[in-house]
Design a binder for this molecule. Structure first.
Ligand code: ZN
Ligand code: ZN
Length: 136
């Protein structure tokens, strides 16, 4: 994936990209933990810098659901949306509601040329919406 961009292939970039790819919607701290398992001691700043470079190159998408830390994923370019659990914060992908970007038409575009729609669906994930057996 890196070779398709102008970014040089470095071990930290490969490790961060692999971590994001294998753990969609991971936050920065989880990614730092995963990269350290792989490469040993890597500074927070190095991981932040790599995430910024990968995001700028379009290899990684940064999402920032309100009330949650920023998350990263390698599923880019399809303008998909997210469903967030109100209880545990788990995040899952939801395909674009209308199939293509910008997905939804704003009731009033205020003269803006809109090219992206970001929808956050909220609710309770299966693990959180099912009461534990001992309370039934
Ligand atoms: Zn949940
Ligand atoms: Zn996603």
């Amino acid at each position: 994936m890196l070779r398709g961009t102008s970014l040089r292939v470095t071990r930290p970039r490969v490790a961060v990209l692999a971590a994001v790819h294998d753990h969609p919607h991971a936050d920065t701290n989880s990614i730092i933990g995963l990269v350290r398992e792989d490469l040993g001691d890597v500074s927070h700043q190095a991981v932040y810098d790599v995430l910024r470079a990968l995001t700028a190159a379009g290899l990684v998408r940064r999402i920032h659901p309100p009330g949650s830390a920023a998350r990263y994923e390698s599923r880019v370019g399809d303008n998909h949306h997210h469903v967030v659990c109100r209880s545990c914060g788990a995040i899952a992908d939801v395909d674009c509601a209308a199939g293509t970007a910008s997905c939804l038409t704003a009731a009033d575009h205020h003269g803006y040329a809109i090219d992206e729609t970001e929808v956050i669906y909220r609710g309770f994930c299966p693990g959180c919406s099912t009461p534990p057996l001992n309370t039934i």
